[in-house]
Design a binder for this molecule. Structure first.
Ligand SMILES: Nc1ncnc2c1ncn2[C@@H]1O[C@H](COP(=O)(O)OP(=O)(O)OP(=O)(O)O)[C@@H](O)[C@H]1O
Ligand SMILES: [Mg+2]
Length: 262
């Protein structure tokens, strides 16, 4: 199983939109996909997937339910592991509990991809989840605060987790040219100050279909398959599929745990 993490420094840039649509697009191409709503305090992947959710990871922690009990099949071919809206207990999970969650998920048989939608920011929860992923997509919007936050995120990821394999994904851009300009700009800064080159995945263009699909509860890749968002997500899915499978999720976890205790 390949584990794909999606994060951003700043909130509200489009993580859940990308995570949900990428998961559905991968499922459309015949892959078996689990989506983890890693925004464990305030989750909304379930809304975009129009999924009815009864339990969350909190019930697994208390022993009331097993992981399999709480997993929900959405109507779009993606299996959802729900977070829990507004539960502060969940957003304060310990590192070990989070790693346990990823570990349990990446040990599930029969799935090709685990897509992890994280919360924004560089809290422990986010860096632990993101650090455990094989492919790490860092979303960034073309505005000064988002670029500054993305740089701060990269710096923490590098210094705390020794992560260097970050795929920059500019979002809500007007063109692919704008996306590659953003990549060049931030890459210049990370190369100069962190001695770190960031890889580029693809730009995700602004598309009204994002809002519309959230309103009707049908992901854009299904609701508006010819639109800009769907086209760019299709390209992202191809990139994700063709990426060399990194270390198996298991050994990735061991590396993260080792670093976390330093
Ligand atoms: N490519 C896009 N084009 C236009 N609007 C978009 C795009 N991606 C996301 N949006 C809109 O931006 C808003 C935030 O999107 P989303 O919830 O996916 O962001 P997020 O990063 O997950 O936010 P949070 O940090 O709160 O979890 C939503 O209204 C969504 O419809
Ligand atoms: Mg979100």
């Amino acid at each position: 199983m390949k584990v794909i993490g999606i994060t951003s420094g700043k909130g509200g840039v489009g993580k859940t939109t990308v995570a949900v649509n990428l998961a559905v697009e991968l499922a459309k191409s015949g892959k078996k996909v689990v989506l983890l709503d890693g925004d464990l305090g305030l989750s909304n992947a379930q809304i975009l997937l129009n999924a009815r959710v009864q339990y969350s990871y909190g019930h697994v922690l208390t022993g009331e339910k097993t992981l399999e009990d709480i997993m929900v099949e959405s109507e779009f071919g993606v299996t959802l592991v729900p977070g829990s809206s507004g539960s502060s207990v969940l957003s304060r999970l310990s590192r070990l509990q989070l790693l346990g969650l990823i570990h349990a998920l990446s040990s599930l048989n029969d799935y090709d991809f685990l897509v992890v939608d994280t919360a924004a920011g560089i809290s422990d929860n986010v860096t632990v989840l993101f650090g455990a992923c094989d492919l790490k997509l860092l979303l960034i919007q073309n505005e000064p605060s988002s670029i500054a936050d993305a740089y701060a995120t990269v710096k923490v990821l590098q210094q705390e987790f020794n992560l260097s394999d970050i795929l920059l994904t500019p979002v809500q851009v007007s063109s692919q040219q704008e996306a590659s300009n953003i990549h060049e700009r931030i890459n210049r800064v990370t190369e100069q100050f962190l001695d770190l080159s960031l890889r580029f995945s693809t730009g995700i263009r602004s598309d009204r279909a994002a809002l519309e699909s959230a309103r009707v509860g049908v992901p854009a890749v299904i609701n508006s398959p010819e639109g800009k968002l769907a086209q760019d997500i299709t390209r992202l899915a191809q990139i994700v599929i063709s990426q060399e499978p990194g270390e198996p999720a298991d050994s990735g976890l061991k590396i993260s745990i080792g670093n976390a205790s330093n």
